[in-house]
Write a protein that binds this ligand. Structure first.
Ligand SMILES: *Cc1c(COP(=O)(O)O)cnc(C)c1O
Length: 354
């Protein structure tokens, strides 16, 4: 049994893998999901159900559109300013990690990024909380979960400025109030499905105001009007995402998975805090429930622990190179039994190295 703590692409439920592989062989009358036209009624129904499940699971209010895109969250770093930032405009950004930083870099192609706060000086180990968003900002951008550093935003600013959020690594892991946001985007491959699909939830009234001429493929409105089928969508990724969203719904939805995610995170942090060999890397109040970063008191033991973990079925816990140590990603589909398996290995290792 392998326990997959990889940060992304990442674990999906076993039953989703089984159903997906069945559809590769026979989706409809012996035809594979990989060969059918995206214009068939059967596939149009898949897109429709996927969008419906996203709306349902996230309780998306009316006045918002859900669109299925490509290019990853990284293309959203550019699409957001292209669609929302007027010529000569300024947008406010909260710099909480590498992904936020990459988003800031793209804005500079189109206008000015005003970094309202940053935790860069502390290697992004906390989330800045005291900052002011200037009223004349075209929008405010934040990253709800900092995948690399293991911090998460548990509150979002109340402001009259449109709020844009990169939720790639914690979307549908916890209940959020969509009406607090004007644009949410996420690459699917952390919590929703396989790589290749990007989701955007857009408040309709914020579009069409930047005054820029946009290439069709980079215009949210074109994709919304085209029902996420302006061009050939990532058929298989959407299909697998739909299966995963069905799984989430059957489990009781986001509120239920949030309880499990809390329990998983609490159990692992408890062990990190208790075990004399390990320590967490982030401010306790900002600790992510999706990506748990920790190091060892004695860095020389890190390689041996990694090897010990891998030999015992624990995959993907090597920390990102900018943090070092370990990162256990405990996305929705990772069962609590996998967290218990990791905790047990930490305990056994500690006994051997006292
Ligand atoms: C993984 C990740 C990205 C990058 O996503 P791509 O789909 O690879 O472009 C951006 N933001 C966050 C928060 C991420 O975790």
């Amino acid at each position: 049994m392998r326990h997959n703590f990889g940060a992304g692409p990442c674990i999906l439920p076993q039953e989703v893998f089984k159903q997906a592989s069945q559809a590769v062989l026979d989706f409809k009358d012996g035809l594979s999901i990989l060969e059918i036209s995206h214009r068939t009624a059967e596939f149009e129904a898949v897109v429709e159900e996927t969008v419906k499940l996203i709306k349902e699971l996230m309780d998306v209010p009316s006045g918002y559109s859900v669109v299925l895109l490509q290019g990853g969250a990284s293309l959203q770093f550019s699409m957001v300013p292209m669609n929302l930032l007027p010529e000569g405009g300024t947008a406010a950004y909260l710099e909480t990690g590498v992904w936020a930083n990459k988003a800031i870099k793209e804005v500079k192609v189109f206008g000015t990024a005003n970094v309202v706060a940053s935790s860069k000086e502390a290697n992004f180990t906390y989330v800045p909380k005291d900052y002011v968003i200037p009223e004349d900002s075209a929008y405010f951008h934040c990253t709800s979960n900092n995948t690399i550093y293991g911090t998460e935003l548990f509150s979002f600013p109340k402001t009259n400025v449109p709020v844009v959020c990169d939720m790639s690594s914690d979307i549908m892991s916890r209940v959020i109030d969509v009406s607090q946001f004007d644009l949410i985007y996420a690459g699917a491959q952390k919590n929703i499905g396989p790589a290749g699909l990007t989701i955007a939830i857009v408040k309709d009234e914020i579009l069409g105001k930047s005054g820029r001429k946009l290439p069709s493929m980079l215009d949210y409105k074109v994709h919304i009007d085209g029902g996420s089928m302006y061009n050939t969508p990532p058929v298989f990724s959407i299909y697998v995402a739909m299966l995963n969203l069905r799984w989430l719904k059957a489990k009781g939805g986001v509120a239920e998975i949030e309880k499990e995610n809390k329990a998983k995170a609490e159990a692992l942090y408890k062990e990190i805090d208790r075990n004399p060999l390990f320590k967490g890397t982030c401010a306790v109040e900002d600790r992510s429930r999706m990506n748990i970063c920790f190091v060892m008191e004695n860095p020389e033991l890190e390689k041996p622990f990694l090897k010990f973990a891998e030999e015992n079925g624990v995959e993907g816990i090597k920390g990102h190179r900018s943090v070092g140590g370990f990162r256990a990603s405990i996305y929705n589909a990772l069962p609590i039994t996998s967290v218990h398996a990791l905790i047990e290995l930490m305990q056994i290792f500690a006994e051997k190295h006292q």
